[in-house]
Design a protein around this ligand. Structure first.
Ligand SMILES: O=C(O)c1ccccc1NCC(=O)[C@H](O)[C@H](O)COP(=O)(O)O
Length: 215
């Protein structure tokens, strides 16, 4: 029997919604530390959220092209994962992984066949790969935009490469995503919100229920 799909609810800002994600059966939660995100949480807030998650659900701090001091500050809080969601090169991912001493998820933007070709360069360097929709030109952030990408592009990806899928997933399309793409896991932010940065307990529950039924 295949392993159950990993479910990550990203962009949690409050203890209430952290509890809701845990109660609904999430495997991972993501906390954004990026000023331009509507889901941004400060270092002080991160410290509390990571502690509250510990032992209940895997925590993942999402950073965009962080400098060494930011990596050190976040790593010291003891998250299970750091997600790199910017234009970090394989060399930089390797350096951050060594510096942080926690597992690294590398997010890669997918919008065309050329984007698929770059994935292989990160496979042996990151602990996990997350494929997300490439943001439109002029977007003010590289993720969390509620946009999906053409999943048929993934047919060109080496089938031995395991990855998590994100970008425009919702309670309504997550089952189809799982059955057609067969990802290692799924990651959602906008699709379980009523407005950017405002998560909804019922949408989180529906997303996890529908993902579990499919996966
Ligand atoms: O959520 C953000 O605001 C964000 C900002 C900058 C970089 C990454 C960001 N989100 C990272 C995630 O892991 C999201 O879950 C992923 O991009 C999917 O988002 P969505 O399409 O909104 O479900």
């Amino acid at each position: 029997m295949a392993d159950p799909v990993i479910i990550k609810i990203c962009g949690i800002k409050t203890y209430d919604l952290l509890d809701a994600a845990i109660a609904a059966g999430a495997d991972m939660v993501g906390f954004m530390h990026f000023q331009r995100s509507p889901r941004h949480v400060s270092i002080e807030e991160l410290a509390g959220l990571i502690s509250a998650a510990r032992g209940q659900v895997q925590s993942c701090v999402v950073l965009v092209n962080p400098d060494n001091s930011c990596v050190a500050e976040v790593a010291a809080l003891g998250p299970d994962w750091i997600q790199l969601h910017g234009p970090e090169t394989p060399h930089r991912v390797e350096a951050i992984r060594a510096e942080a001493g926690v597992e690294i998820m590398k997010a890669l933007p997918i919008g065309s066949a050329e984007d698929i070709a770059q994935v292989a360069g990160f496979v042996d360097i990151a602990d996990r790969i997350l494929l997300d929709a490439k943001p439109p030109k002029g977007a003010d952030r590289p993720g969390g935009l509620g946009e999906s990408f053409d999943w048929s592009l993934l047919k060109a990806l080496d089938p031995a490469i395991a990855f998590m899928l994100s970008g425009g997933l919702t309670p309504d399309n997550v089952a189809e995503a799982i059955t057609s793409v067969r990802p290692l896991g799924v990651d959602v932010s906008s699709g379980v919100e009523t407005a950017p940065g405002v998560k909804d307990r019922k949408l989180i529950e529906a997303f996890i229920r529908n993902a579990r039924a499919a996966g």
